[in-house]
Design a protein around this ligand. Sequence first.
Ligand SMILES: Nc1nc2c(c(=O)[nH]1)N[C@H]1C(S)=C(S)[C@@H](COP(=O)(O)O)O[C@H]1N2
Ligand SMILES: [Mo]
Length: 198
Amino acid sequence: MEPDLPPGQRLQRGWPVTHYGPVPKFRPERWDFRVFGATADGEKHSWTHEEFSALPYTTVVADLHCVTKFSMLGAEWGGVLARDVLALAPPAPNATHVMVWAEYGFSSNLRMDDFLSERTIFATHKGGELLTAEHGFPLRLVVPHLYAWKGPKWVRGIEYMTADRRGFWEERGYHNIGDPWREQRYSYQEEPGDGPEL
Ligand SMILES: Nc1nc2c(c(=O)[nH]1)N[C@H]1C(S)=C(S)[C@@H](COP(=O)(O)O)O[C@H]1N2
Ligand SMILES: [Mo]
């Protein structure tokens, strides 16, 4: 068994492309990043692509674990830390969860602590180069400590929530939390308190 791999995962050579639906076309003039829902000031916030690109740049080295059992190790992601986004557009004190929204209505829900992990990053780059369209250009979320579906490609915004709600895959049979080290793959494995009723 590979020492770095969570239980049940195997190492994948290369970097496959995995997602549901078509790859969206990027139109810079129409693109924005929105922060809405339970914000501290009750207002919606948004950044144009130019504004978002000017936010502080950080890199994080992270593995990617797909719930279909393959893992890619050691990619260097560059972009804006989720906690830096949150500091610029903070949530209300009673916000407990974040819904991450992507093109075509794809979404994934995270607990605030997972979102605020020091390694959760809105990536614009991989391996020092701009993301390719297939891997999420211009922006994708990477949550290194959770299964990869928790990191939407083609992200367009976040919604602060005062109660948990299921995202796209979490409504369709996948675990609400998705910790690969605990093999939280499917919603039938959830224990009381892991997520909202299905
Ligand atoms: N918008 C969107 N993002 C998504 C998905 C998707 O279907 N739609 N699939 C997720 C899943 S299941 C995985 S394994 C990773 C794959 O990322 P990669 O194609 O860069 O390897 O993207 C995640 N992000
Ligand atoms: Mo996946």
